[in-house]
Design a protein around this ligand. Sequence first.
Ligand SMILES: NC(=O)c1ccc[n+]([C@@H]2O[C@H](COP(=O)([O-])OP(=O)(O)OC[C@H]3O[C@@H](n4cnc5c(N)ncnc54)[C@H](OP(=O)(O)O)[C@@H]3O)[C@@H](O)[C@H]2O)c1
Length: 341
Amino acid sequence: MKAAVIHQFGGPEVFCYEEVPEPQPGSGEVVVKVAACGINRYDLYLRMGAVFKDLAFPHVLGADVAGEVVAIGPQVSGFEEGDAVIISPGYPVDPADWSIRPMNRAPSFEVTGTHTWGGNAEYVRMPARFVLKDETHLPAPEVAAMPLVLMTAVHAVETLGQVVEGARVLVQAGASGSGHACIQVARVLGARVATTVGSPDKVDLVRAAGAELVINHRTQDFAAEVLEWTDGVGVDVVVDCVGGSVFAGNLKALRVGGIFVNFGLVGGIKAELNFRELFFRQLQLRGSFMGSTEELKRGLHWLAEGAVKAHVDRTYPLRDAAEAHRYIESRAVKGKVVLIP
Ligand SMILES: NC(=O)c1ccc[n+]([C@@H]2O[C@H](COP(=O)([O-])OP(=O)(O)OC[C@H]3O[C@@H](n4cnc5c(N)ncnc54)[C@H](OP(=O)(O)O)[C@@H]3O)[C@@H](O)[C@H]2O)c1
């Protein structure tokens, strides 16, 4: 089969579109023909060698796959060839961890396509228990755009952020793949949402997702804008994928007793914490990594209903994976970029 393979860490130029052996299903596994594979910022970090140094090369990235079952291994029930499916964007790779709950706290839990080959290929092999029937009836690129960011958004916004009807929420980087999903999940839960963007051409997208207050972080002080929006009180929850560069402002924007959920570091890995501010204002800091199969299913249900929508900014043929990564790196991307084998 053809795959976008990396043989070393580095920039987008390390992708090689080449022939590799087609996967065969082992016991408990299925092989899925990839119709579309969404790209996440995580794939870029992995490609650069910024997450793990121990990948075995050649390697194939890609966590978000929509496709069809084409081969079924022994000890698999509930699937037939031709089933439209979505693969879980994260799971515990060690079967000894499969009963651990919540799943994303299992020691061997990782993003799909990290130490196993992912979906930047014509076919991908997966344990059948982490393959879901696709009941969305949406085009494959829209489906493949969503699993990882939906799993993340449900876990970060609902489970850890405890967002409920009427809550006021600040979502950082609202036009990012993950931010766009977080805005929509917060809206489904009945919250009012403020968000940040880095350019005016992203405003329409985040408004359509349901953001009430849109702040251009390049020209406006987001914390001051959020405080004004909340009559000086601050938001109940900040959902943040940016990290270091906005940490101080994020804490300023929270109300007393507010919840800060971080799941990303696109704006820096470090920040300073003032402990007086932390305990005087009774802030709650929570770290969020991916989510459970139940949280993924909850998000996919909203996607199928139309309560949450994918925004596929661009699709690229798989052979142009490098171009697709460059586009995401440029920061111009609105929503998601998807590869088509
Ligand atoms: N923990 C988890 O489970 C999880 C899940 C999903 C994503 N993440 C993390 O969340 C972050 C975002 O991922 P994503 O896939 O949503 O990203 P993405 O779609 O590539 O969007 C990232 C956006 O962040 C904004 N940004 C703000 N400060 C930035 C900076 N200094 N450099 C570059 N961009 C900056 C940019 O938008 P503007 O120009 O509009 O500001 C950029 O387009 C990443 O760190 C990713 O690893 C974590």
